[in-house]
Write a protein that binds this ligand. Sequence first.
Ligand code: F6P
Length: 535
Amino acid sequence: MMRLVVVSNRVTMPERGEKVAAGGLAVALRSALEKHGGLWFGWSGTTSAEPSSRVEPVRLGNVSYAVVDLTEAERQSYYLGFSNRALWPLMHYRLGLTDFDRSDYAGYLGVNRRFAKLLVPQLKPDDVIWIHDYHLIPLAAELRRRGVTNRIGYFHHIPWPSAEVFGALPFSATLISTMTAYDLVGMQTQTDADNLIGGLVALRGAHRDGERVKAGPRETVVRPFPIGIDVESFRKLAVASVRAATQPIRATTGPLGGRKLVIGVDRLDYSKGIVQRLEAFGQFLRSHPEHRGNVGLLQIAPPSRSDVPEYAELDRQSDEVAGRLNAALGEFDWTPIRVVKKAYSRSALAGFYRRAQVGLVTPMRDGMNLVAKEYIAAQNPEDPGVLVLSRFAGAAHQMGEALIVNPYDTHEVAEAIRTALAMPQSERVRRFERLYATIAASDIGWWTSRYLAALTGAEAADKLAPPEPPRKASGATRKPAARQRATTRPAAKKPAAKTAIQPAQAANDAALGEKRGSFGQRAGSKPLPNAASPR
Ligand code: F6P
């Protein structure tokens, strides 16, 4: 009987009796784990003086949680340093912010090595291992080095840039090589999948055959699996939240009176385009003064990674821009922009989304962006709001009926806000119905089932090929495509979650070859501890 082992940087441990308030991914992973029985392994989120030398899983129902403390030095190098000052900006196409430090990279490899060491004794022969996100790229290679032959999958939640960009990272060839220790790599979009495969070819000399890539004995499948949300439960939350008019909603939207509401909800992160969004809202009010006093922007931005200097700077900058625009454009009885730097419950957020006439989701670059999907799930089908969505969010590949904008173009975003506020109800309903049908047909349950079916070999690969809708032309005033059958609650066909396991891969990846491409380590540079060095 298969057991699912999920590994992620953060583990959401439910307190006994706690109602699950966590986001889509945590909910989905937990329900997948509960369905199959399983283990969730990762960082506890806290630090301790001594590195954990063993883990003791805590069992809740048929799920065991095994968490590891990091030392403060590891948190600095692995999490804040290499993951969030090197990989995060690089993966979001922000080379100028990418800060590579050799000791951070060594710390990153060290934590991955320690995770592997602590995980191996927990593993059983039939386990299927599913590793999540950029903090843990070399983990499979470390597990293979320790003789693990189980099926191992990886899902990359953020964008993957082209080889030209990724290749700027020192040791990029070494790091990208470790991806070939996985059996299945899931990406958010076809573009990300092509970029990864292109990188393996350019930096590592891998051979590509469609979605299959080979750079040693193992063949790795790289395929898009656009992540979804639990649409139905989020919709119910929004209905219930508005009915109950929960306290945070009253407190935050009460002062708006009958005014219209434009909403943005993001972690306070430079990839989210928050400052650019505030400027665009200011531009909208300048260009269309008739809207002054009638509409407000509520930006919810819980602080994130505040120990990283670029995040502290963004914190300061967003206050400065909001203050400047409010001073210039506000009136004694109307504040155009409110930036609220705190986290709200899922239920309160669902209520805010439903109350807002416009959802402004304008990241400069984003793997998927689940706020876009949550905003749609929360709408009133009879009188829905309008989604304004960045073309650089993975969600734009699926959600072409939103008003698609270039977040670098302040004027275009400002005009999209105007178009959204003026959109007739019939068009809002038409767009909403299509968007809802899309997100419901590819919700989080579908994503989990489809990924696990592919990882376990339970379905023929071509049956699982993802239907990524063709990229549509951008433009805030674009007309919707030909009418499709629309329903607010489509009976979406979802693949069954078959989880029979293929015989475990016999080959160990010890032979994972090392071949530096032209973007590899500089000649004469000091070798670093290598996560996947050839044996
Ligand atoms: O999606 C990217 C991601 O790093 C997730 O792995 C994580 O859950 C989220 O952003 C929040 O980041 P952090 O754990 O650094 O607060």
